[in-house]
Design a protein around this ligand. Structure first.
Ligand code: GDP
Length: 458
């Protein structure tokens, strides 16, 4: 069972929520501790675990109740989505050259499965109808050249070799020329690895890369490496510049740390220390899951997260429920607006939604075209929201539901002003604003119904 220990570690977290009604700040403390422990035991680095746990707790506390969905199921979904994000979100496809052969340069330490990947990759691409050629660039181990030749025969792909006396960059160039002559679609170049990162290896890789101008430079990483994978990716990327990684031996008893560390890893932290600037991580493009030539497949972050959690049915169930919920929410709001029932409770709910999403500045930052709002404008808006909340809290439940009461009675407005420590003018403004909002929303809905504006779909 891949990442079995991580799966069962996370299971203890869900189990602690059985019998709870909702997710709360209090009842997620224990489960979050379990999640943290499970990730650390899977060999994910501490900074990554911290960020992960923080993000999951924030979302868990803010999540609304969905009818029929238990809190433990909601937490599973939140953790799933966060795992997907951690592993890069979308699947990252191989890139092919627009014209001429696509050159894929493979780099990596010794023993990680680089030579095997060469042949597996050729086999994989051949099935997509691409002609391939392998180039034996590992000149230090004659056995490596033999191994590549044997594997090449096995998958029925030509292998370019030039013995051990020619420089790797020269072999690479010759191989590429040969591929061009033969109109080969993809050239896959094997290079020498070392047990450790060293300067000679990096210099040689740089030279090979210069000679080839490859479309893809993929770092082959052994899944057993754990969180060290992040540092490897970072170092190779800084030294030679890579386009992605291939994770091998996922069928072994690796704990999962590498799969979870390559994309985000400690890259951001590491580079901040080194260069003072954050740089995004590199995606895992393919994974090796066995010794057979067929055991190479694209890396799908969502499927991987699903496998880790082992709860595909729960995930799709929560997704469906969320969809229904979004629709019901929207419908309820629409009904309220149409019947002009939008009151101060709704007003408050809206401002709190904004607050829950983070600061106003963050929310504004997410709206396209709103990037030019100045910090002082944002501060004003934030202050404004706070003032509104204080005033609404000073209203009686009846006043919140029937804003007309406030509109009609200066005495009530005066009381609200006194209780909230705001001026009567501020209270009057707030009341006026609510009625304006009703009108605006009603107009907007009218426009939507008449079809001149597209209605928002889920
Ligand atoms: P290189 O030194 O990086 O070229 O590594 P090799 O390609 O020679 O592979 C080293 C060993 O790892 C070989 O015994 C391979 O069969 C094995 N290997 C490579 N990929 C995988 C994999 O995905 N799963 C398993 N179980 N073994 C693998």
């Amino acid at each position: 069972e891949m990442f079995g220990q991580l799966t069962s570690g996370l299971e203890t977290a869900w189990n602690k929520l059985k019998g709870e009604e909702v997710l709360s700040k209090e009842n997620i403390v224990e489960p979050m501790r379990d999640i943290r422990r499970a990730l650390l035991e899977a060999d994910v680095s501490l900074p990554v675990v911290r960020r992960f746990v923080q993000s999951v707790s924030d979302q868990a506390v803010g999540v609304g109740v969905i009818r029929g969905v238990r809190p433990d199921q909601q937490l599973v979904k939140i953790v799933h989505d966060e795992l997907v994000k951690l592993m890069g979100g979308e699947v990252s496809e191989l890139v092919f050259a627009k014209s001429g052969p696509t050159v894929i340069l493979l780099a990596g330490l010794q023993g990680v499965g680089k030579t095997t990947v060469c042949a597996k990759l050729a086999n994989y691409l051949k099935k997509q109808g691409k002609s391939c050629m392998l180039v034996a660039g590992d000149v230090y181990r004659p056995a490596a050249i033999d191994q590549l030749s044997i594997l090449g025969k096995q998958v029925d792909v030509p292998v370019y070799t030039a013995g051990t006396d020619v420089k790797p960059s020269e072999i690479a160039k010759q191989g590429l020329e040969e591929a061009k002559r033969k109109k080969i679609d993809v050239v896959i170049v094997d290079t020498a690895g070392r047990l450790q990162i060293d300067k000679t290896m990096m210099d040689e890789l740089k030279e090979v890369k210069r000679a080839l101008n490859p479309t893809e430079v993929l770092l082959v990483v052994d899944a057993m490496t754990g969180q060290e994978a992040a540092a490897l990716v970072t170092t190779f990327n800084l030294e030679i510049g890579i386009t992605g990684a291939i994770l091998t031996k996922l069928d072994g008893d690796s704990r999962g740390g590498a799969a979870l560390s390559v994309k985000e890893g400690n890259i951001a932290d590491f580079l901040k220390d080194k260069l003072g600037e954050p740089v995004s991580g590199k995606p895992i493009k393919l994974v090796g899951r066995g010794e057979r030539m067929e055991d190479l497949e694209p890396f799908y972050p969502d499927r991987m997260a699903g496998r880790i959690l082992g709860m595909g049915d729960v995930l799709s169930f929560v997704e469906k429920a969320q969809e229904v919920m979004r629709k019901e929410d929207a419908e309820e709001l629409q009904k309220k607006i149409m019947s002009a029932k939008f009151d101060f409770n709704d007003f408050l709910k809206q401002t709190r939604t904004v607050a829950k999403m983070g600061s106003v500045s963050r929310v504004i930052g997410m709206i396209p075209g709103m990037g030019k709002v100045t910090p002082s404008q944002i501060r004003d808006a934030e202050k404004n929201l706070q003032n509104m909340e204080v005033m609404i809290e000073a209203m009686t439940p009846e006043e919140r539901e029937k804003p007309e009461l406030l509109a009609e009675s200066p005495v009530r407005r005066k009381r609200v002003a006194q209780d909230s420590g705001k001026t009567e003018q501020q209270v009057s403004q707030l009341v006026a604003q609510l009625f304006q909002m009703r009108v605006r929303m009603k107009n907007l809905m009218g426009v939507m119904e008449s079809g001149s504006l597209p209605t928002l779909s889920n």
